[in-house]
Design a protein around this ligand. Sequence first.
Ligand code: TYM
Length: 339
Amino acid sequence: SQTIFSGIQPTGIPHLGNYLGALRKWIFLQRDSPPDTNLIFCLVDLHALTLPQAPAQLLQWKRESLATLLAIGLDPGRCTVFEQSRVPAHTELMWLLSCGASMGMLNRMTQWKSKSGEAVKEATSVPALKLGLFSYPVLQAADILVHSATHVPVGEDQVQHLELTRTLAASFNHHYGPTFPIPQTILSPAKRIMSLRHPTTKMSKSAPDPKSRILLTDSPSTIQSKLASAVTDSIGGITYSPAERPGVSNLIEIYAHMSDRSDFDAVAAEFQDAGMNMKGLKEKVGEAVVVGLEPVRRVYERVVGESGYLDEIARKGAEKAKESAEGTLERVKRAVGLL
Ligand code: TYM
């Protein structure tokens, strides 16, 4: 049987990029997988600490992120939904994998290169570079491997970390005998949703301009106003062409994904044939996003205030995740000679 594992950092309310690139796929997998498939979804709060976090803010984001996962439709009865820091097997396996992870390989991770580059720019000194940020992908590999995951649904920005995960798993299996399945990456069609303000960079939780992303809990008027201020271009008409028209093409993609269409050119042609201008396009995209996110927002508002309920879900999720991780960790310890 298969084990599907994925994670998200609780560093803010998830945005439309998270949703279309990953979270919505989790829901499809929950709906479509055979009953014997293990589905495990993790709030990676330890990964969040690789960049500075205010404690009270982190705690709030964890609650809001959990509420969002429930709001998009994850069923804690069907899936294991849990917080990484409650399951020490993740960090234990991380240490064991660290002992076989090459610094050269970690040094080539593009996320490390960009985030460490920013840290240096901001602090203008090398002590700004933290070991936790450097070893981030090893903890990610441990997340996946400690549950013996076979499939990992993520957006494109995680592909390199998953390649590293496979390398670490294969190298461990090679040295100590077959221990881990080699996990496969599942990429959804919406693998890279772009920023609304800088459409040549991906939509991200950390970009300074809040208008660059649509949060899953934004009100209809906020969604419309963020889209109204989306950066496009002054070329006439509506065409799909990511290289020449990144802003317009991103809007077309968002519209298509929200309305379950896959032919971006056909979508663009329909708008073009209808004689739509840029303002009209933005309103159409806004409507599709508002309608698609409406049920998410409704459930979110109901559950986010129910701390007792959320705590209970996190506690039960951790119990299930501990059970899932225990077997693998014990096999790993035996394999390396700790037991
Ligand atoms: P995170 O929290 O940055 O993002 C969660 C998921 O959303 C996807 N994503 C996007 N997809 C399309 N377009 C975008 N603009 C966009 N932005 C984000 C991400 O690819 C991801 O799938 N390192 C991971 C968390 C993690 C993890 C794991 C994932 C830790 N351990 C184990 C899978 C398996 C991260 O920072 O995701």
